[in-house]
Design a protein around this ligand. Structure first.
Ligand code: GRF
Length: 208
């Protein structure tokens, strides 16, 4: 059984896709051990509570230094003894010690086809604003392992989504979530839970 901890900051629709996936068995062999939010008002925490998933808030605002926050965040994660950390819209910079400790055991969902529209400053609606400003015809999402860079880790899954005439950043964001993020995040977890993902030379290999 793959024990996962999901880190969130906001609405938690990706968390919901994972909860639903475990329930309807599109994600197999997986248990959501806990949810951690950096924001005590995140609706994601309510989604966890409604589903009887242990959850807590670890906010940088409650600590006098970044080091103290980082330390507490890692402790909160470790308490669940997870096999995999899932960053589902988590907007906090991951402490380097946590990246090292959970190398190839921490994944992130990013709302673009990496390497387009990713890296520092590309988060939330900004990604979709940049995609529309560039006039791309195809958008999408990527699930990747987390390394020291921003959105640079080994890519696990990607899914393309058509941009439509007249799209606003908001409606493109919604379509990318519905058609890509909520599908490939559960899929990636299921693949990992079933031992199908390995990393070699900085790239993933997915077993059939
Ligand atoms: C998603 O677009 C995700 O790709 C991005 O942040 C958003 C989180 O949405 N990193 P939600 O909290 O899962 O609804």
């Amino acid at each position: 059984m793959l024990k996962i901890v999901v880190l969130v900051s906001g609405g938690g629709t990706n968390l919901q896709a994972v909860i639903d996936g475990v329930k309807n068995r599109t994600i197999t062999n997986t248990e959501i051990a806990g949810v951690i939010s950096n924001n005590k008002n995140a609706y994601a925490l309510e989604r966890a509570a409604k589903n009887q998933i242990p959850c807590c808030c670890v906010s940088p605002r409650d600590f006098s230094s970044r080091e103290a926050f980082n330390d507490r965040l890692l402790k909160a994660v470790d308490m669940y003894t997870p096999d995999l950390i899932v960053l589902a819209g988590f907007l906090v910079v991951i402490p380097p010690v946590m990246i090292e400790k959970y190398r190839n055991r921490m994944i992130n969902i990013h709302p673009s086809l990496i390497p387009s529209f990713c890296g520092k400053g590309y988060y939330g609606l900004k990604v979709h604003e940049a995609a529309l400003a560039r006039g791309v015809r195809v958008a999408g999402a990527t699930v990747h392992f987390v390394d020291e860079g921003t959105d640079t880790g080994p890519i696990i899954l990607q899914k393309a989504v058509d941009v439509e005439q007249g799209d606003t950043p908001e409606c493109l964001q919604r379509r990318v979530m519905e058609q890509a993020e909520w599908k490939i995040l559960p899929q990636a977890i299921d693949l990992i839970a079933n031992g199908k993902v390995t990393v070699t030379d900085g790239k993933t290999v997915i077993a059939k």
